[in-house]
Design a protein. Sequence first.
Lengths: 261, 261, 261, 261, 67, 67, 67, 67
Amino acid sequence: MKSEKLTIAGRSLGSRLIVGTGKYPSFEIMRQAHEASGSEAVTVAVRRVNLSDRSKESLLDYIDPKRFMLLPNTAGCYTADDAVRTARLGREAGLSSFVKLEVIGDEKTLFPDNEGLLEATRILVKEGFVVMPYTNDDVVMAKKLRDAGAAAVMPLGAPIGSGLGIRNLVNLTLILEAITDIPVIVDAGVGTASDAAVAMEMGCDGVLMNTAIAGARDPVRMARAMRLAVEAGRLAFEAGRIPRKLYATASSPLEGTPFIP
Amino acid sequence: MKSEKLTIAGRSLGSRLIVGTGKYPSFEIMRQAHEASGSEAVTVAVRRVNLSDRSKESLLDYIDPKRFMLLPNTAGCYTADDAVRTARLGREAGLSSFVKLEVIGDEKTLFPDNEGLLEATRILVKEGFVVMPYTNDDVVMAKKLRDAGAAAVMPLGAPIGSGLGIRNLVNLTLILEAITDIPVIVDAGVGTASDAAVAMEMGCDGVLMNTAIAGARDPVRMARAMRLAVEAGRLAFEAGRIPRKLYATASSPLEGTPFIP
Amino acid sequence: MKSEKLTIAGRSLGSRLIVGTGKYPSFEIMRQAHEASGSEAVTVAVRRVNLSDRSKESLLDYIDPKRFMLLPNTAGCYTADDAVRTARLGREAGLSSFVKLEVIGDEKTLFPDNEGLLEATRILVKEGFVVMPYTNDDVVMAKKLRDAGAAAVMPLGAPIGSGLGIRNLVNLTLILEAITDIPVIVDAGVGTASDAAVAMEMGCDGVLMNTAIAGARDPVRMARAMRLAVEAGRLAFEAGRIPRKLYATASSPLEGTPFIP
Amino acid sequence: MKSEKLTIAGRSLGSRLIVGTGKYPSFEIMRQAHEASGSEAVTVAVRRVNLSDRSKESLLDYIDPKRFMLLPNTAGCYTADDAVRTARLGREAGLSSFVKLEVIGDEKTLFPDNEGLLEATRILVKEGFVVMPYTNDDVVMAKKLRDAGAAAVMPLGAPIGSGLGIRNLVNLTLILEAITDIPVIVDAGVGTASDAAVAMEMGCDGVLMNTAIAGARDPVRMARAMRLAVEAGRLAFEAGRIPRKLYATASSPLEGTPFIP
Amino acid sequence: MIEIVVNGRRRDVDPGLTLESLLAALELPPGRVAVERNRRVVPHGSFATEPVEPGDCFEVVTLVGGG
Amino acid sequence: MIEIVVNGRRRDVDPGLTLESLLAALELPPGRVAVERNRRVVPHGSFATEPVEPGDCFEVVTLVGGG
Amino acid sequence: MIEIVVNGRRRDVDPGLTLESLLAALELPPGRVAVERNRRVVPHGSFATEPVEPGDCFEVVTLVGGG
Amino acid sequence: MIEIVVNGRRRDVDPGLTLESLLAALELPPGRVAVERNRRVVPHGSFATEPVEPGDCFEVVTLVGGG
């Protein structure tokens, strides 16, 4: 049975929205967007320190660790081995055993390499990580990841950064029907508020996004839009929508219409 | 230039959501749903009083006139003449010159009879009504209604009560480009929260719905979902969404990826 | 009861595809495309002769009157009066009482002015024309045109020349259910072969197109594609497609699977 | 460079449509549908002979081996090992080294188990099979199968037998851009003629279907519809469709419009 | 008695009524209804003086739930 | 000379022309055109007898490519 | 008699059979079937010489309709 | 001097360093970085004792913005 809140490996979050930290116009705008988003978990990347230029401000100065859970990712890793090593470094740097696991299989689409992803999941689960794998919308893979011990499955809605929304409602529905014991979080593809609402209305447990907020003309405003959209979609899911019908049904009563002789 | 708020004939409303009063399980649930919706305008129908059974509770006991603007409709009218007479009665009963004007052309679909609608609009505008016509998604008709003095145009997204959402984004886009001096309000067809968000993201000035809320399993919760969805969609419209692209764009930096020899 | 063939006002055509004569790279390519399309009816426009330059080849030298029925249109007319006059001239020039009636209401979208269209239909029907009105996908207007004596109704699928296909399957379905005594022909919007197939699968009696063929990189090949697509769609409509289901159904038998101990 | 014909491992087929042999009302109707489809390759399943009832007519009496290439499948196999053994039996029974390779990962959706599929592909390629794997619409997996020596990749459009058409045009586009050296054949999901046309218009090399024909009310007629739809879609792909635009473009000339003073 | 039509049904009422007294006879609270007499709306302010005459056709409506 | 309008442009022509001779003067083959005189279509059979009078307004059209 | 398994079911057959004679005993036309013996496909050309031994496990399959 | 690799680049450092002193030499605040030595993560608590030896391969990373 799924919880009232988004709960990953026993950790409950006050929001079903997870946001990224990349590509903002500035750290300050990022900070305000995080605030507006209502989120309590943010993804971060693990990158080599720049030994020739240490002047850069630190991302972490703009993230309140009391408010936000850090979710290091393994973005940019093309093998299970790289992803595992990156995850370990991320745990040490972020002081968190949560990892957004990515093993990329194709540079142009950034689609996951599911074989490598599954292998890395198995290794990291054994090492005590809370593994949240970024995968595609394949129900068979979702079940394998779950069986391998993933704490959530995170199917993409569309290519990372594409803003194309959820392209395959059928596949996502099949995943939601099959995966009922751990959260299903749509990761990647959301372009605007209604995309997030759609995901939540289908019954997803959460939505993860970065570019849709960071790349909007006004990221702070879009962050607020996403917060509301995720809440709206979740409420609509819980409220039970009306069935779709081809024909009209009057919303005003037929009885008592004036002027009928 | 359109206003920051939904403003109809000079009257500004605190919400871009207009809700109906029909088909609720009870007046009390309706009252709570209205409250949860954040709306400040509600549609009502004009019907003959029941002379043989006066025991029924009155709808108006459940609508606070200080908070909600009454918007009598002409639902059920199949001729311009019936609609005009109903509008006049509605004005006298509701003490408001606003009218949601309907002239129905087909019983099965409840699509508007645009000829009759235009005729009734002309008559009522002359009589000082604030006319908000329910029409289809035809840009030519939208322009004619505007030119006839309508205070807003209200294209349907899909048949009344169908819950099919906005079926033709092209037509609605064409209307929004053509009608920039009075509000464009999607009336009919919304089924769930994301439908409302989509309408607002496209730049609509408001959304009017009844069945989507009243017919939901939990109308109060759905009303709250709709409130948030309309706000989310509006914010996203203002925030400027990212462009859609076929290919992926990494949200984590490529530079500094570990383990590259 | 609708006929086995596309039959308009008693005239049966050997193809359900009607094609235009505008915008081809050359008359010769047009002739070949007409041939490849299998069509037996072509639309033509009525325009002033050029008094200062009579050197132009004539369109009619490239259309075999024994094979193709001429269907003069009233394209470019913005009033019922202009459309009626143009129809009369077209009849005299084309020696045919068939008219593709257009009354345009908006320059940018070329959407019909349905009021003017209905008025012109009534006038021309009285004068013995076989009126085939280009209208939008409004079931109420379709019924009025039918009742006014139109020999077919021709709803648009999308704006003329847009290539957007059939944007609103709901509206077209509603028209097809309401109009069963005269042909429903999708006019405008088709972009490629599958668009034409979709129209026919829904049960439309015919499809009319110009730009999709004339504007293709290889118009003759596209004409052949359209011919096949219209036939394919019609056959599929008649053959009765399988129902849509969310889940899979094996097409190979479950019984007798090898290796089960 | 792809060939003018559908060519798999050097074998050219006279049709881009591959059809199944399951679920027909009778073998005789199957035979007629095969004839009407124009196809030159048919899939067959490998099943245990019924030792207690040998009276059944044989499928093979209804398939002319001179006209149709047999394509044994491994439907019903849930492991690479079962699939490999079934493929070997199919080769011996069908006297053909072509195999439609299926390794199923989920009973409800019949989605492929891509891990097992890849493993079986590698084994069978080594044994000289011409492997045509049924997979999902994952570009990363498509590339791996190609690299493993598959002679074609066959992504599903939607669940087998669902008739939902091609649910994710984005994913199929990405596959078509990535796989240019071997055929891409949509396998599963087609429901009606326009679905097949869409696949071909996108540039697919072929379409494989069973239920859409066998399950139609009139399978023979639907087979003919599919034949024409596949040809239409291919021609449209080659002909180069017009671009999609939001606004209208007149197909009749603006110049020379009558009645302008 | 005179015959009038109220909401599509014939009804016999006493002669000499005003609209106000007619509504009272019908037990309808005047504040909640709107009335059309012979296709013309009667303003609330005129209920007390609006006569009820033989053959009159009244529509007495109120606001109900609608969309 | 008399003044007429053809296709929206003024033009001076000899008096006493018929529509047929007007078209000949304009070098237009009568079989391919349709003509409206003062908002009334002139049937092809009447070209020889239809007069051309001062102030007449003609539309001379033909069929061209269209959709 | 020796015990073998054919298509998942135990079956007692005479000792000394070949695959060919086994199929004949089962009334199966050899041209239409493919056979796996102990997880190894037996080519049609070897049916006459392939022995049937105690504990053998056979899969005898044919092609049927499928998608 | 001994040769080591830091973040993919060769670098000569004094012999006898610990990881802590290496980071100090590189002017990196130890609290913000994570370090892998020869493919094994070094816990923060071991920085002071982890030796730096000839041929060592270090990855020194930090958290940056990502999605």
